[in-house]
Design a protein around this ligand. Structure first.
Ligand SMILES: Cc1ncc(COP(=O)(O)O)c(C=O)c1O
Length: 407
């Protein structure tokens, strides 16, 4: 049993009190974005009320306090993922931005014609398309680790894909479409055995699973603030100093330079080399509150509770006639994807919405996954720490009611 007081946690999220279609909101679309606790909302309000000013440039008081608050977040992220240095934490717009940064900058420096980049069959589009773009640009090839019917990666196939032409491996820690937890430690070790760096897309992991970048020995890690109880428009790229230093800047502009003349520009040091222009300051500052919130609950407590809820939801949904789970890996986290015989996921989603239940339907930005399972999409319920067994019961009753109407 979990040691978290879920009812008390729910009180922290004002939106959970609202009704949707005259029914209490049951929010099960946390994989898309989580709701925000009051402390995060307050941090945004406080920024605009008390300290609004640009960061890293003014000598005046407001600029100093907003810069300090922004940099506190960087150090909080450093602690949260146990990075060796705070300058290995690049503040980005989100996971997509972080992955594009690495694809562009690492790609420009290290990827040549004939080289190979490895991704997996269960990636979000944002961990496929940036690599396709750089491969096309450089004349390199994208290789894909296959997965089995349960949605587990074929690790033997992965090993046979690794070779002297491999320049980088980029895989997700947790699949947003299937919920699979991938064996990232083993993936990293195998790539490192032949000197290849690894990027882990932790967009669906960092809010559920303790991540220690030094222990994992991961080269790059990407995640988004808005999926971890924080604001939208901010995310993180962790990169090992040795790699970040070897990569050219991403975008040109203010903050990322040391000196600019029309003849020659020299670039700023880490992390600013990769942070051109005014960042999303309020979101950067409020991310600190989101990480504090997770730390106060304890990430291991969150995981234990969500695992319990996932097991309960899987068991209860199994009683729906004609249900087929998409993603039945042994190691799973917080995502239940399913289809029901004779129904379209979209229709179930619309009927659930009428009952105040928010789920995601469709391909979840992972079309290749849907293609492998030969389905147009799934219904996806994705869990957060404030969800309850009663909400799962409402989901199951809603799915039964919807299928009774549709079949
Ligand atoms: C596994 C995974 N990677 C990347 C992303 C993209 O995240 P963002 O849209 O916040 O950049 C998502 C979003 O759903 C995701 O689930």
């Amino acid at each position: 049993m979990s040691n978290l007081d879920i009812q008390k946690i729910r009180e922290d999220f004002p939106i959970l009190k609202r009704q949707v279609n005259a029914k209490p909101l049951v929010y099960l679309d946390n994989g898309a974005t989580t709701q925000k606790p009051q402390v995060v909302i307050d941090a945004i309000l406080e920024y605009y009320t008390d300290m609004n000013s640009n960061v890293h440039r003014g000598v005046h008081y407001l600029s100093q306090i907003s810069t300090d608050a922004f940099e506190v977040t960087r150090r909080k992220v450093q602690e949260f993922i146990n990075a060796k240095h705070d300058y290995e934490v690049i503040i980005t717009k989100g996971t997509t931005d972080s992955i594009n940064l690495v694809a562009t900058c690492y790609g420009r420096e290290f990827v040549q014609a004939g080289d190979e980049i490895i991704v997996s069959a269960m990636e979000h589009h944002s961990n496929i398309v940036p690599w396709q773009m750089i491969c096309e640009d450089r004349g390199a090839t994208l290789k894909v680790i296959p997965m089995n019917e349960a949605g587990e990666l074929d690790m033997d196939a992965y090993e046979s894909l690794l070779n002297g032409k491999t320049k980088l491996v980029s895989v997700n820690y947790v699949s947003n479409a299937l919920g699979t937890i991938n064996p990232v430690r083993e993936i990293i070790q195998k790539a490192h055995a032949i000197g290849v760096p690894v990027l882990i897309d932790a967009a669906q992991a960092v809010q559920h699973i303790k991540i220690d970048v030094q222990e994992l020995d991961v080269d790059f890690l990407a995640f988004s603030g808005h999926k971890m109880y924080g604001p939208t428009g901010v995310g993180v790229l962790y990169g090992k100093e040795e790699w970040l230093n070897k990569m050219p800047p991403y975008q040109g502009g203010g903050d990322m330079i040391k000196d600019v003349t029309f003849e020659k520009t020299t670039y700023n040091e880490l992390p600013f080399k990769f942070e051109a222009g005014t960042p999303n300051i309020e979101a950067g500052i409020a991310l600190n509150a989101a990480i504090d919130y997770i730390n106060d609950l304890g990430i291991d407590n969150i995981k234990a509770y969500e695992d319990e809820l996932l097991a309960y939801a899987t068991e209860q949904l199994s009683t729906v006639e004609g249900i087929r789970f998409i993603g039945t890996a042994k190691e799973k986290s917080s995502v239940i994807s399913f289809v029901v015989d004779g129904t379209h996921p979209y229709d179930i989603g619309v009927l659930l919405d009428k009952l105040g239940i928010a789920v995601r339907t469709g391909h979840h930005c992972a079309q290749p996954v849907m293609d492998q399972f030969q389905i147009p999409g799934t219904v996806r319920a994705s869990l957060a720490v404030y969800n309850t067994k009663e909400e799962i019961d409402a989901l199951v009753a809603g799915v039964k009611r919807a299928t009774a109407m549709l079949v």
